[in-house]
Design a protein around this ligand. Structure first.
Ligand SMILES: *Cc1c(COP(=O)(O)O)cnc(C)c1O
Length: 427
């Protein structure tokens, strides 16, 4: 199975997730003096695209996807702790990187196709915005974003409904589970399938996951060049897509030492590492809502990388952080560093603060900041007693008019909404 085919398929026919069949061996030397994300992407991803229809386009795809930076900002004067800011994209969260890479790939794969491609995304908030932004105005591709009406935050709703043109926003009268069910039913519906080419762009798609290894590669190379030491990462984790990209980068040979998974009160993964028994459970609602996952689907990929429990325990550690601790950490780090974390990033900051002092003193630690705090102003501002400045990208997005169609949580309603021409849907 080639890279392009895995991208278009999303999920394997047996219901499993695609993983690389072989791991190329890379070393620091392979990267020369590459530092910008688009430059680092070339040696990192080229082995996976060798012989693939997209292989010759990798340079252009990477320049398109990585058109904004992921700065590594020191927190302590001696540089032992820094922050990897992944929130400088159009929707101010790390999902912009993967969504944009996938969109750049799909646009090329579909260029010659007769029928437009319809991408269906069910979202509980964050993913839908990043996907809509990435696919907005892409010729030959239409996007339908399904979100549960009234169950996403006002800020999230703005991001889901401000697009128009080839992006249709559907507020479903139901829950997130209803949205997911509708997407699944649509894929199985012979009528819809005969009319349009359907695809999904959810976070388990290899085309979103693999490019995320690029910012870990770039950050670890920067630390290596500056200090001659391997970087250790603390990563806010939910469905494990972001942390898996870091572990893949390490497997490929990048200078990465420890990887700490910071979970919120959804403690399935930390409990598994401790007890050795896998007990998925319903998700709990927390302040770090994009990490509210009780049954992380990427666990399957993590197990594929480290089949033995002992190996897995040696490869990663995991902690769980409560809402109370998230709140306290946001306040404390604002006072200590003058930095404002989003609730997700705060779980990583708390996980780092809990590490034994000798582990902290010997590592070159990187906190992964997954979203800009302005996306979670309602939570953050009361804790720090200040307003959070809105970055330019979000301000632009908030200035756009919103458009949205409300539908019942039934396949017939989705089918009808997809068939309607106009209302911001170019045919
Ligand atoms: C999606 C998301 C996460 C969780 O990432 P996973 O890849 O699901 O582990 C963390 N923080 C933010 C802001 C997110 O949007």
């Amino acid at each position: 199975m080639g890279f392009s085919a895995a991208l278009l398929q999303g999920l394997a026919p047996d219901g499993g997730l695609y993983v690389p069949a072989a791991w190329p061996e890379l070393s620091v030397e392979n990267f020369g003096d590459a530092a910008a994300l688009a430059e680092v992407a070339q040696p990192l991803l080229a082995p996976f695209l060798a012989g693939d229809p997209l292989g010759a386009e990798l340079g252009a795809i990477a320049r398109e996807a990585f058109s904004f930076p992921a700065p590594l900002e020191p927190l302590h004067a001696d540089g032992r702790l820094s922050v990897l800011e992944l929130f400088h994209g159009p929707t101010a969260a790390f999902k912009d990187f993967g969504a944009r890479f996938l969109a750049a790939c799909f646009a090329r794969l579909r260029a010659a196709a007769a029928r437009p491609l319809t991408i269906l995304v069910a979202t509980s908030g964050d993913t839908g915005g990043a996907v809509a932004a990435a696919f907005h105005r892409r010729p030959g591709i239409e996007v339908a974003v399904l979100f549960p009406k009234g169950l996403v935050s006002p800020t999230q709703e703005r991001q889901l409904t401000c697009w128009g043109e080839n992006v249709r926003s559907l507020a479903v009268r139901g829950t997130f589970d209803d949205c997911q069910r509708l997407v699944k039913e649509a894929f199985l519906d012979p009528g819809l399938r005969s009319q349009r080419a359907l695809s999904s762009a959810n976070s388990i798609n290899l085309g979103r996951l693999l490019p995320q290894a690029v910012y870990y590669a770039a950050a670890s190379l920067a630390v290596w060049r500056a200090h001659g030491e391997r970087a250790s990462f603390v990563i806010p984790s939910g469905n494990l897509g972001n942390s898996l990209a870091c572990l893949w980068a390490r497997r490929l040979g990048l200078p990465i030492a420890e990887v700490v998974l910071a979970h919120n009160a959804n403690r399935t993964v930390p409990d598994f590492l401790e007890s050795g028994s896998w007990r998925p459970r319903p998700s709990l609602a927390t302040l770090a809502s994009a990490m509210d996952v009780g049954n992380p689907s990427n666990m399957e990929r993590l197990r594929a990388l480290y089949p033995q429990l002992a190996e897995l325990r040696a490869a990663v550690s995991a902690v769980s952080v409560t809402d109370e601790e998230i709140r306290a950490r946001i306040g404390a780090d604002f006072r200590t560093y003058g930095r404002v974390w989003c609730p997700h990033t705060a779980t990583a900051a708390e996980a780092w603060a809990r590490l034994p002092p000798e582990r902290r003193a010997h590592g070159r630690w990187v906190l992964v900041a997954t979203a800009h705090p302005a996306k979670f102003r309602e939570i953050v501002e009361p804790l720090i007693g200040h307003s959070v400045p809105v970055p330019e990208s979000l301000a632009q997005l908030f200035a756009r008019p919103v458009r949205c169609v409300e539908i019942d949580a039934a396949l017939g309603a989705l089918r009808a909404a997809l068939e309607v021409e106009g209302n911001g849907w170019t045919s």
